[in-house]
Write a new protein. Structure first.
Length: 141
C-alpha cells in the first residue's frame, strides 16, 4: 500500500511539473512576418518594438533574405504584450535606411497594420497585441 501511495505521489509531482514547464513555454509565442518585395536586391530589415523603444532601438532585429519575391522572418519567444513592427528594404545592404537630402526615404519601408501615412508611423497606428497564440502578419511596403 505504501508503494502505491509513493508511486501515486511521484507521478502526480511529475505531471504537475510537466504542466508547469508547458505553461511557461506557452506564455511566449512567435510572430511570423512576411513582406512582398518587388526587387531581389539586398534584404529586408525587421525590427520589433514596444512603446518605450518605438522608433529607437528595436527589442529584436532580424534580417530576412528575399526569396520568391518575399522576405519572411519569425520573432521567437515573444512575451505577451503590445508591440509594433517596422521594416525596410535595405537594397544596398548598408544596414541603415537611406534618405534623400529632403528627408524622404530612398528605400521602401513598412509598418505593422500596414500603416502608410505621410511622415513617420505612429505607435498608436502600428501597435498590436501578442497573446499566447502564434501570430502571422503580412506587411506591405
Amino acid at each position: 500500500m505504501k508503494t502505491i501511495i509513493t508511486l501515486t505521489l511521484a507521478l502526480t509531482t511529475f505531471i504537475l511539473s510537466a504542466q508547469t514547464e508547458t505553461d511557461t513555454i506557452s506564455e511566449n509565442t512567435s510572430i511570423t512576418v512576411t513582406v512582398p518585395v518587388q526587387s531581389k536586391d539586398g534584404n529586408v530589415i525587421f525590427g520589433l518594438y514596444d512603446e518605450a523603444s518605438f522608433m529607437k532601438q528595436p527589442l529584436v532585429g532580424l534580417e530576412g533574405e528575399i526569396e520568391d519575391e518575399k522576405a519572411t522572418v519569425t520573432f521567437k519567444n515573444i512575451a505577451p504584450g503590445t508591440y509594433a513592427i517596422l521594416l525596410y528594404h535595405d537594397k544596398n545592404e548598408n544596414k541603415q535606411m537611406d534618405f534623400e537630402p529632403n528627408g524622404m526615404p530612398k528605400e521602401p519601408y513598412g509598418a505593422s497594420n500596414n500603416v502608410m501615412s505621410m511622415g513617420p508611423p505612429l505607435w498608436s497606428d502600428t501597435k498590436f497585441e501578442v497573446t499566447n497564440e502564434p501570430i502571422e502578419l503580412e506587411i506591405r511596403m
